[in-house]
Design a protein around this ligand. Structure first.
Ligand SMILES: Cc1ncc(COP(=O)(O)O)c(C=O)c1O
Length: 368
């Protein structure tokens, strides 16, 4: 089976993890935690990075650090993995769902303003599958209405908007190092910001608001959280980060070959490629529309029968029971359209050219 997206582990992972084991520094203190935060901040060219146990808690931490909570609303897209929406609920706030763009499949910036109410505190653009949201417009709207911007860049490390890396444009950006992401620590996440005060607050909240008194006892001024990542995983993160440019380039090369081989197949819509925006192609994706000879789900079966794993796009979160009563754009048709027709194709960093050719030939040759 050619898997959808599996980790690439061929750097210093063994060496750094062994170092933790050899030195007994396996838990949440240890040099790799600090090093991973510093290296990640340097890679993204941001002031501060705060490492967390996963991307979901990085998002929850972002909302907490900005004081978003009960009675507040956060504008978000619905064609997403459910994590960012759940994170909004965890802090007691309410998600308000904007439609996505039919061409880029991410938050439609033209739908945001109509959803703003006196309770709106933030916009949470999600850069899905590696595709950046139009951050120029999001920032313009946020400034005009005095809203925070939290970028969910968990799927889009390496993507950029107008030359600026996604995750570094809003007040806070969040990343995930889950096993299927561009780089992995098994499970892990990172919050980044250019605002030192927000960064400091995030670190404080994520470490149980612990301060140490003169005699060594702990003091906690307010309710905090244990969102820390252990040194063992941070060690893996340091090693993975050393390879990030190489892995990003490989993903882009894979996408170029996919684009070339899937070009001009009736009914198959390829990823948008707008000027100024750099897709990270975390999961190379297509829309399989009515003009294609078989349905999206039939194509999934056909690929599986030929040893290829693929996955349908996320189903709209506003249709899931916990969120079915939430406020949405009047028209959510682009969300439904992309969810109905979208398909992720194998996108591991280690995918070979022969495998991509085989996948594309399998899509072309349907034996109807
Ligand atoms: C869009 C999106 N946001 C947030 C997350 C949460 O990340 P994690 O799985 O590390 O909690 C994910 C998942 O992987 C995701 O796809």
């Amino acid at each position: 089976m050619i898997p959808l997206c599996v980790p690439e582990i061929r750097g210093n992972e063994w060496k750094y993890v062994k170092d933790c084991l050899d030195t007994n520094w396996v838990s949440s203190a240890g040099s790799y935690v600090d090093r991973f935060e510093k290296d990640f901040a340097q890679y993204l060219d941001v002031q501060r990075a705060v490492v967390t146990m996963n991307g979901t808690v990085a998002l929850q931490l972002a909302l907490l650090a900005l004081g978003i909570g009960s009675g507040d609303e956060v504008i978000v897209s619905s064609m997403t993995f459910i994590s960012p929406v759940n994170a909004i609920r965890y802090v007691g706030a309410e998600p308000v769902f904007a439609d996505v763009r039919e061409d880029t499949w991410v938050l439609d910036e033209r739908q945001i303003e109509a959803l703003i109410s006196p309770r709106t505190k933030a916009i949470l653009p999600i850069h899905i599958y590696g595709q950046p949201v139009n951050m120029s417009k999001v920032m313009e709207i946020a400034e005009k209405h005095h809203l925070y911007v939290i970028e969910d860049a968990t799927e889009s490390l390496g993507a950029s908007w107008n030359g600026q890396k996604v995750g570094t444009i809003g007040d806070i950006g969040c990343f995930s190092f889950n096993g299927n992401k561009l780089m992995t620590t098994g499970a892990g996440g990172m919050l980044v910001t250019n605002n030192e005060q927000i960064g400091e607050r995030a670190k404080y909240l994520s470490t149980q608001t612990k301060t140490i008194r003169e005699n060594g006892s702990f003091f906690h001024e307010e309710v905090g959280y244990n969102f820390r990542m252990p040194n063992l995983l941070a060690a893996m993160g340091c090693a993975q980060l050393e390879k990030i440019d190489e892995y990003s380039l490989l993903k882009r090369n894979h996408a170029r070959l996919y684009n070339e081989l899937l070009h001009k197949i009736p009914g198959l819509i390829l990823p948008a490629n707008e000027e100024g925006f750099q897709n990270a192609y975390w999961l190379y994706s297509v829309l399989v529309t009515h003009d294609f000879p078989i349905s999206r789900d039939q194509l999934i079966d056909h690929l599986r029968e030929n040893g290829i794993q693929s996955r349908p796009f996320f189903q709209p979160v506003h249709e899931m029971p916990p969120y079915s009563g939430s406020r949405t754009s009047l028209d959510m048709s682009a969300t439904v359209h992309t969810s109905t027709f979208g398909l992720n194709l194998p996108s591991s960093v280690g995918l070979t050219e022969d495998q991509i050719r085989y996948i594309c030939n399998t899509i072309r040759n349907l034996d109807l």
